[in-house]
Every structure is written in structure tokens, then in C-alpha cells.
Design a protein around this ligand. Structure first.
Ligand code: PLP
Length: 228
């Protein structure tokens, strides 16, 4: 089987599962965006996905995303979803159309200085494992003060929240927590409607919980050779 045929078959299978999960949840498929996570996969795979009609790709590293975005057509939307490092923000802002992993006022200020009229979208990453600070994201309690500061002090306008379900809890529980957090925040921040939830192992549960953006890699592209 060619790589094209392999990716095409897996993409169709994932698309089918997304459509079925949307129907089960009584949701419109059109309100759910599939972002294919191309991190650690070669440019040629991203090109195949482009030829299959995909236009939204996710990357975790600045250098890799920057290289791929330079070499692929310009009508692709690039989503940065790795941990943001302050010194990389200028470069990330040069290629990423969307940042899913914003978690500090300082970083929002830096992104704000590189907005230059660009309609970049932002998600605030929520850390659902308060004991693990190495993962990025803010705790539920930190969200309101952070959002207030971002809205009042920067040009950055978050459209929603992002989270990765912790490995040791049921994704349903983690995603239900995110739904509650979103409902709570919507009272003060009505623009925070998006939910970036769901990866290869848990995207159906994410759709049931109201996810608007799915970040799926290995179910479509296979196992990564390199570590994530
Ligand atoms: C790698 C990664 C994904 C995709 O994971 P898969 O299990 O390959 O689907 C999604 N979100 C984030 C933040 C990631 O780092």
C-alpha cells in the first residue's frame, strides 16, 4: 500500500468516527474542526494530507512548524499547540495562525506585540493535573484573573479553552470538567465559546463533551518514530 492510500484510508476512517460521534451527541459536524497533528511526521505526509483536502495542521515545535509552513501552500491554517517558550514567540507568531497553548500574561503581551493586524486565534490551556506543572496550562482558579489581564492589557483575544486529558483519569471526567469551566467563564467572557479537546485516544468523548476543535495525529498518520 502506498503512503497516500494508507493516509487516505485512515483519514476516511477518522472522519467517519467523527461524523458518527457528532450524530450520537446530537451535534452538527460542521461545528467541529479537525486539526491533523503533523508533528514528527515528514513534510511529504503533510503534502499528502493537503492533496486530500486538509487545510488545518497542528505542530508542537516552532522550528518544525516554521519549516513546514514555508514549504506548503499558504491556504493552510497552522495551529501551534506545544509549550510556548518566551524567546520563540516572535518566530511562532510568524507562521502560526492559531495558538492553543497560551498560559501566561507575559506570553500574551509578547504575542500582542506581533499581532500586526493579524487575526490570530488563541486558546487558553487549562492544566487538569494541578500537581503536574511541567505540562503547561493554568489551573481552573487562575483562569479569571488571567483572562481579565489579557483582555485589559493586550490585543490578544482568546476564543476558547484547550486541555489534554490526564492519562490516569477517564477522559469523560476530564472533559466534563472542561465543560463546567467553560459554562462558568461564559458568564463573564461570552466570546470564550471554543473548546480544543480530543486527541487520537479520546476524540469521541471530546465530541460528546462539546469539543469544537479536535487535535488528532497518530490515528491518521500512524505511530510517531520520534518522541512527542
Ligand atoms: C501530539 C499532540 C496531539 C495529537 O496526539 P495524537 O495522540 O497523536 O492524536 C494533540 N494535542 C497535543 C497538545 C499534542 O501534543
Amino acid at each position: 500500500m502506498t503512503r497516500e492510500a494508507e493516509i487516505s484510508a485512515k483519514l476516511r476512517e477518522v472522519e467517519g468516527r467523527i461524523a458518527a460521534a457528532a450524530i450520537r451527541a446530537g451535534r452538527n459536524r460542521n461545528e467541529i474542526q479537525l486539526i491533523v497533528v503533523t508533528k514528527n511526521f515528514p513534510l511529504s505526509d503533510a503534502q499528502i494530507l493537503y492533496d486530500l483536502g486538509m487545510r488545518a495542521f497542528g505542530e508542537n515545535r516552532d522550528q518544525e512548524g516554521s519549516l513546514k509552513s514555508e514549504q506548503l501552500p499558504s491556504d493552510i491554517t497552522w495551529h501551534f499547540q506545544g509549550q510556548v517558550q518566551s524567546r520563540k514567540i516572535k518566530s511562532i507568531a510568524s507562521w502560526a495562525d492559531s495558538v492553543h497553548s497560551l498560559d501566561s500574561l507575559d506570553h500574551a503581551r509578547k504575542f500582542s506585540s506581533y499581532q500586526e493586524g493579524k487575526l490570530r486565534t488563541f486558546f487558553i490551556q487549562v492544566n487538569l493535573e494541578p500537581l503536574r506543572v511541567d505540562r503547561g496550562g493554568v489551573s481552573s482558579e487562575e483562569l479569571e484573573p488571567l483572562l481579565e489581564a489579557i483582555y485589559s492589557q493586550t490585543q490578544v483575544r482568546p476564543i476558547g479553552l484547550m486541555a489534554v486529558a490526564p492519562a490516569q483519569v477517564e477522559p469523560q471526567r476530564a472533559f466534563a470538567q472542561m465543560q463546567e469551566i467553560r459554562s462558568r467563564l461564559l458568564a463573564s467572557f461570552p466570546e470564550l465559546t471554543a473548546l480544543s479537546l480530543g486527541m487520537s485516544g479520546d476524540f469521541e468523548a471530546a465530541i460528546a463533551a462539546g469539543a469544537t476543535h479536535l487535535r488528532i495525529g497518530s490515528s491518521i498518520l500512524g505511530s510517531r518514530v520520534l518522541p512527542a
